[in-house]
Structure formats: structure tokens, C-alpha cells
Design a protein around this ligand. Structure first.
Ligand code: FHN
Length: 623
């Protein structure tokens, strides 16, 4: 079955013609009455081959031992920073359809515009990025300090940006460009020592009759998703993993419910390159090598796993004419430091135009990030998460060095009084210096930790890095939030630890009017926690600032073993916040406490929680 849904069109298969040109088919002088006949033959051969393959037992999952896994992912943990590229047919028109702006990200234009396949194919016939130069393109990533590049080999629209053998609907056979972009980029990355990876939309395919997602084109003669996987996804993934050299990353996207056979036939292909790393988006049962967050940086890192944040440099993943929403260089540099300070990688997306180049706004930002990385790259590459939490002046990354530790203090807000305090740090300091220029800085131990004396002016407007070397591994006194002298402790959403079950129903940090709240809290198994320190036992009044849309919601608030049950009526809407008194809790002993907000199963309605406040109202319950 050819990868074009409407088989009635006469369309000489350029692959067969190409082969004919090579004289391979001259003897058979195939007269193309209708491509789908010949194409079917080609596909039939391929399909038979695939069925044979598919009938082979999936490669045994040789369990990777932790050490072996550590060595596989070591380069990725060192790299910290990569380029994501969304480039395809949609780039020709910048996400505009018949001159109209479509909502959302440009690569979704076929779906948002409900564009029939036959019509969308006409855009593919215009894809001709004559200004594309793979070496220059990869050079931009390298210059920015990026160590790997992941590009859309096939997005949801089904168009292959490589010389696919599974379908002529590809950049070589179907577009005037006629070159294998993935091949050119793979070679350029190899030359410039940049790891190369593919994004592949394994389930959504709006061009193949068995792909997920195309609900608008009524000409589709549906076939099973298994057939789509067998005919297209498996052969294309196999081709990408066998014909483009060493592949560092295979980036699955938008998993959909598929048969176990389909999942296993796709997953087993990654054994073709045992060192290839995969993300967690093949399907729920395939965690891959690392978790991927998208667009937003999590407040807390997921525990015990590698993770990354992928994010467009502007608003749209694919080039969108109207998208002027470019993040500032300051934001991008600080994002990189923020993510690294939590132990993650930053996969920053760029969007080539239909001509094959980046907009000047993107180039400018990549160059400015590159300048910062030239000076400060060691504070990012190969670092681990902050041992001192999130200081109020910026972020911190760390790196073991011999019998000591280097702490890189990423100072966003330079102290006006020349005194930077690293709160809670108790180690002996060996040295302190500006990473930019090496100027030595004096330090002293103070009640709150280590005070670093800094010059009046910061070396960098966006993120000035201080290199602090201490003896041994970091020793940090717990600096948990504690009630003030007035007995009041306000616990805000963006300092909470959100305990989620895995999956797409994650409660997470959202914002209304620029104020963070715990939102999307659909799952009554998700709960929220703050760690605090109580110095004065007593009875504490508990209140919350929240919004509740439905009639009423019920939950518990606990402080270690003490708890109260709360029932809060609707505040009118999710966007309408109010302060609600929830009752009192007795805290009998001083010390470290866990404050928790836990939904009452069966009586829970989602709420948006901005803050929880504890106020000491009496010394004991008998006062
Ligand atoms: O639907 C895609 C989207 O177009 C884009 O590719 C992002 C990148 O992570 N992934 C999906 C949305 O989560």
C-alpha cells in the first residue's frame, strides 16, 4: 500500500524512474498505468520483507546494567546543551494556509487547517531550501556551545526529510530539492564532532492511511495502525538507524495506543545502534534513557532519572511567519543555568525557513549564547545539580574535583553591597574567583553560610559566574523555611514539591496573572509537599489561597503526624482566588517537618493552590 491515501492519482514513482535511469528496470520497461500498481509491487516486496522481519521475535531486551548505561549516557550528561530542529513542508509557508494564520505551532498547520492530503502535498512540491548549507547550519549549533543536534526526520504530517525507501513522499523523490537533508546533516555533524539524532513521530502520520491523527480528510481509506507501523514506521526507523552513521539520540514523539507488536517492533530497532539514547515518548511502558519536559522548566528535577527540557527559541516549533515571540538571550542563558542547576539538559529548538536558513533573531541569540559559553561553558558542561538548592541571587551548578568540589555560582542578581552569601554552606573554602577573567575574591564564614566579597560591577549582564572551590563534598546546613518572628510562614506553590504519578495527568506549576499555582491537579493521587523547620511548637492556624471551580473540594493538610481535614466550596471559577481558613493544627515539637496537602479520594475536585500559610496562634492547645 503506497504511503499516499488517494491512490487514484497518476503520479510516476520517481524512485522507479530513478532506478530505470540507472538501467535497473530498463529490461522490464514498466509502463506506469498507475503508480499505485508499481508502487504496490515495491511496497509488496518491502512489506513481505518487513513481515518476515516483523515475524522475527523482537530482539531480546538485553537488560543494560547500570554501569553500562552510565557509560552509554555519559556523553549526554556531559553535553548538557543541544539543538532541536523542526523543519519540514510547513516551513514553506511559515504555517500560513491560504494566507491565513493558523493557531498553534506551525508544524500542526495541516491539522489546524484541516488541509486535505492532496492539497498539502502541493506544499511539499514547493519545498526547495536552496540556501541550505549543512556545514554552516551545524556550525551555528557548534558555535552556540551545543553538543548535539536532533532534527525532525518525519513529523506528524508524514513527510520524510530523508530518502525514505518506504514511501516516495519524501524530500528526495517528492520535492524539487531532491537532496537527502538528513544525510547532509549527519555528515556535517560527524565532521564537526556534534552528536546527531532524529526526531520521529512514530504514531501520528497524517499522510498514511494507517497513521494516527488525520480525522479531517474523508478520502482516507483506513487501514490498521499495525499496517502503518509495518509498512512505514518500522522500515523508516530501520533506515534511519542503519544508513546515516552513528546516531546519538532517537527522539520519539506523541505516543498513541498501539499494539504490543507495534511498540516492540519499533523499540527493538534501537538495538541496531546499542549506544543510541531514546527519550520517554515511545509509549508508557518505554521510559527510554531520559524523561522529556516540554516548554516549561520543572520546579524540581524528577528524582533519580536523567531528564531534559525541550523548548522553542520562539513560540512555534516549526517556522511560523507571525511568530516574533523570541525569548531574550538573557532568558535563554538563565534557562540553561536553571536547568543545569537542577541536573537536566537543555534542548533548544530552532525553526529553519522554507529557504533552509534561520531567522536573524535566532542566529543572533545563538551567537550571544555562544559568546557566554566561550567564557562560562565549564559551569555548564559535565556539571551536576545544585547542592545548595535555589539561592535567591541565581543558581548553582557543581562539579567534583579531586577531594573537593567546584561550586559555580550563577549570579543573576548581582549584590549591590558587594556581599554574596552562599546560605547554609559549611565547607572550608579553598578559593573563590570570577570565571570571567579569573579575579580572585575574598570569602569569610558568617552565621548564614559563606560570604563572598564581589566587585561593584558584574562581569556579565545576564549571568555572572563565580567559581568557588571547597574541600570535600558539599556540606549544607538545612535552610528550610521557618515561621518568622511574627509566627507566620507562607508556603508558595513554586517552592512546593509536587508528587505526581507518571503520565500526562501531571499536576504542575502553572500561572495566573504571573502568580504561580499548583494547577492541572486532576489526579487525586497527586499531592503537594513543603519541607519546613519549626522552632516554636504550638497551635498553628492554617489557611490557603486557592481557586475551586466545582461545587466543593475536600483534602487533608498534615504536618508530620498532625493533620486537619478541609472542605472548601467553589470560589466561582479556576481563575477566582480567595483566602480560605482551613482550621488549626497542633505542632508539639520543634524540628524539621513535612507539610502536605493531600486530596481526599472520592471527594476531591481540582483546585489551584497558590499558597498555604501557617500562623502560630498559641503556644500549646491549652492556652
Ligand atoms: O506535537 C508535537 C509538536 O509538534 C512538537 O514536535 C513537540 C516537540 O516536543 N512535540 C509534540 C507536542 O508535545
Amino acid at each position: 500500500m503506497p504511503d499516499r491515501i488517494n491512490q487514484s492519482r497518476f503520479h510516476p514513482s520517481s524512485r522507479l524512474l530513478r532506478s530505470a535511469r540507472q538501467g535497473l528496470l530498463a529490461a522490464f520497461a514498466v509502463v506506469l498505468v498507475n503508480c499505485h500498481t508499481a508502487q504496490n509491487d515495491v511496497n509488496a516486496q518491502q512489506a513481505n520483507a518487513q513481515q518476515t522481519t516483523a515475524q522475527q521475535p523482537p530482539a531480546q531486551h538485553t537488560e543494560v546494567t547500570p554501569d553500562a548505561n552510565d557509560s552509554r549516557i555519559a556523553w549526554w550528561r556531559e553535553a548538557k546543551f543541544g539543538m532541536f530542529v523542526h523543519w519540514g513542508v510547513y516551513s514553506v509557508v511559515g504555517g500560513q494556509y491560504k494566507g491565513q494564520e493558523l493557531p498553534n505551532s506551525a508544524e500542526w498547520m495541516m491539522a489546524r487547517g484541516k488541509i486535505p492530503i492532496a492539497e498539502y502535498e502541493q506544499y511539499a512540491k514547493q519545498f526547495n531550501p536552496v540556501d541550505f548549507d549543512a556545514d554552516k547550519f551545524v556550525g551555528l549549533a557548534k558555535q552556540a556551545g551545543m553538543k548535539y543536534l536532533v532534527i525532525t526526520a518525519k513529523h506528524h504530517d508524514g513527510f520524510a526529510m530523508f530518502d525514505s525507501k518506504a514511501t516516495d513522499y519524501n524530500v528526495v523523490d517528492f520535492s524539487p530539492f531532491g537532496r537527502d537533508i538528513m544525510k547532509e546533516l549527519a555528515e556535517a555533524c560527524q565532521k564537526q564532532d556534534i552528536k546527531f539524532g532524529f526526531y520521529y513521530s512514530q504514531a501520528q502520520d497524517w499522510h498514511h492511511p494507517g497513521g494516527f491523527g488525520n480525522s479531517w480528510d474523508k478520502s482516507i481509506k483506513r487501514v490498521s495502525s499495525d499496517q502503518y507501523v509495518r509498512e512505514k514506521a518500522v522500515p523508516e526507523v530501520r533506515q534511519l538507524l542503519t544508513e546515516y552513521g552513528p546516531i546519538g539520540i532517537f527522539w520519539w514523539d506523541t505516543p498513541r495506543a498501539m499494539s504490543e507488536e507495534a511498540f516492540n517492533s519499533l523499540h527493538s530497532l534501537t538495538k541496531l545502534q546499542p549506544d543510541v539514547l531514546t527519550n520517554d515518548r515511545l509509549g508508557e511502558d518505554f521510559p527510554g534513557d531520559y524523561k522529556t519536559f516540554e516548554r516549561n522548566i520543572p520546579r524540581q528535577a524528577p528524582q533519580g532519572k536523567d531528564w531534559e527540557v525541550c523548548m522553542p527559541i520562539s513560540g512555534s516549533w516549526g517556522y511560523k511567519k507571525s511568530d516574533t515571540n523570541f525569548k531574550s538571550t538573557r532568558t535563554l542563558i538563565r534557562n540553561l543555568a536553571d536547568i543545569a542547576s537542577k541536573g537536566g539538559n537543555y534542548l533548544l529548538n530552532v525553526s529553519p525557513t522554507g529557504k533552509g536558513t534561520l531567522l536573524p533573531q535566532a542566529v543572533e541569540r545563538l551567537e550571544q549564547i555562544g559568546q557566554w559559553m566561550q567564557t562560562n561553558g565549564e559551569s555548564i558542561y559535565g556539571t551536576t545539580a545544585s547542592p545548595i538548592g535555589e539561592p535567591d541571587w541565581g543558581r548553582c551548578t557543581a562539579k567534583a574535583t579531586g577531594d573537593g568540589t567546584v561550586l559555580y555560582l550563577h549570579v543573576f542578581d548581582w549584590p549591590q553591597d558587594g556581599k554574596l552569601v552562599v546560605r547554609g554552606l559549611e565547607n572550608d573554602v579553598r578559593s573563590a574567583s570570577l570565571l570571567d577573567g579569573g579575579q580572585n575574591l575574598s570569602t569569610q564564614t558568617v552565621d548564614d553560610g559563606i560570604l563572598v566579597s564581589v566587585p561593584a560591577d558584574p562581569p556579565d549582564d545576564n549571568n555572572s559566574v563565580i567559581k568557588l572551590i571547597v574541600s570535600g563534598t558539599p556540606e549544607v546546613r538545612s535552610l528550610l523555611p521557618t515561621p518568622g518572628k511574627d509566627g507566620v510562614l507562607e508556603l508558595f506553590a513554586d517552592k512546593a514539591f509536587i508528587h505526581n504519578n507518571e503520565g500526562s495527568r501531571d499536576a504542575g506549576l502553572r500561572e495566573h496573572d504571573g502568580i504561580p499555582h499548583v494547577g492541572y491537579w486532576l489526579d487525586d493521587q497527586a499531592w503537594v509537599e513543603w519541607e519546613i523547620e519549626i522552632r516554636d511548637p504550638g497551635v498553628y492556624q492554617v489557611s490557603a489561597v486557592m481557586s475551586v471551580q466545582e461545587a466543593q473540594t475536600e483534602f487533608r493538610v498534615s504536618v508530620n503526624d498532625s493533620q486537619l481535614s478541609a472542605s472548601v466550596p467553589s470560589t466561582g471559577s479556576y481563575g477566582r482566588y480567595a483566602q480560605r481558613d482551613l482550621g488549626t493544627i497542633q505542632i508539639s515539637k520543634a524540628g524539621r517537618k513535612s507539610v502536605r496537602v493531600i486530596p481526599t479520594p472520592g471527594s476531591w475536585q481540582p483546585m489551584n493552590l497558590r499558597q498555604l500559610t501557617l500562623k502560630r496562634v498559641s503556644k500549646t492547645d491549652v492556652d
